[in-house]
Ligand binder design. Structure first.
Ligand code: DGT
Ligand code: MG
Ligand code: MG
Ligand code: MG
Ligand code: MG
Length: 259
């Protein structure tokens, strides 16, 4: 049907290519996960199963979409970073957003039972998605710092809030108690009232998850002589480092431009 009379409708499709030579960030976020987390009895403040499932989905997305160099996730969101030089789908925004979010959501459903065992999925989860371009390394790093700072602020609040509630305070009282408090006040409440040193809480909760393509030794058996063959492969792997400071970027110098 190369040249049918209907062909003209194509011209109603507008171009949505993202600017060339800019970082692309695809952020997906669970739709109505306040309700979803309640319906599925997520542990408070953090449900390790839910976090592990989110990380699994991000890893599967990165295995499929090779242009993604790094991903950062916390709560019900994940950001996928595509380098300036990428020409993925000719940098068409809706094509990139929809492919990433669709892969993420289908993996969420496909792998749900591996993480939640007998706790059945009660309804279809949904994620939204957007693609934003950032013109340079500094702004890209500020973007990622923004998401990790958000993780920190929410987690410190939620950890303190649920510690108060679990100790017998009503949710209303705990909210009142925390209103107007600074970070150091919450650290203090946790330490003096609950004997919790916030800095000792598992980094997966405090820092969120960063997926990088880590050089990993993979051993396979050669079909010819049945000998072990060791190879170094780049495997998307979740780590829980601070990505705001300089150290992470010095440890992984290939991630940023310098091109
Ligand atoms: P949205 O994104 O505008 O459709 O609305 P929500 O409800 O998804 O809100 P959002 O994305 O701002 O916040 C994420 C919600 O997911 C928030 O209510 C907390 C919940 N959530 C995420 N991870 C966990 C978890 O590990 N445990 C619990 N209990 N809740 C979680
Ligand atoms: Mg929201
Ligand atoms: Mg959400
Ligand atoms: Mg969210
Ligand atoms: Mg097609």
């Amino acid at each position: 049907m190369a040249n049918s009379k209907y062909e003209y409708v194509r011209h109603f499709e507008l171009a949505d290519n993202m600017l060339p030579n800019t970082w692309l960030v695809v952020r997906i976020d669970g739709r109505g996960f306040h309700r979803f987390s309640q319906s599925h009895d997520f542990a408070k403040p953090n449900d390790r199963r839910a976090i592990d499932l989110m990380n699994r989905c991000a890893i599967e997305v990165m295995k499929d979409v090779k242009d993604i160099v790094l991903a950062y996730g916390q709560s019900d969101e994940y950001s996928f970073i595509i380098p300036k030089t990428s020409n993925l789908y000719s940098r068409r925004s809706s094509k990139i957003s929809s492919t990433v979010v669709s892969l993420f959501a289908s993996n969420y459903v496909m792998h749900w039972a591996e993480y939640f065992d007998e706790n059945k999925l009660k309804y279809a989860p949904c994620f939204d998605s957007r693609t934003v371009c950032y013109p340079n390394d500094k702004i890209l790093r500020d973007y990622l710092s923004w998401r990790q700072a958000d993780c920190h602020i929410n987690n410190l609040y939620n950890t303190t809030f649920w510690a108060l509630v679990k100790s017998g305070m009503t949710e209303k009282k705990a909210e009142d108690r925390l209103r107007g408090t600074f970070s150091k006040d919450k650290h203090e409440i946790l330490f003096t009232e609950f004997n919790i040193n916030y800095n000792n809480i598992d980094p997966i909760f405090r820092k969120g998850s960063t997926i990088i393509r880590q050089k990993t030794e993979v051993i396979s058996i050669s079909p010819r002589d049945f000998q072990e063959v060791k190879r170094i492969k780049l495997i998307p792997t979740a780590i829980h480092d601070d990505i705001i400071g300089q150290e992470f970027w010095d440890t992984h110098p290939d991630l940023l431009d310098n091109q």
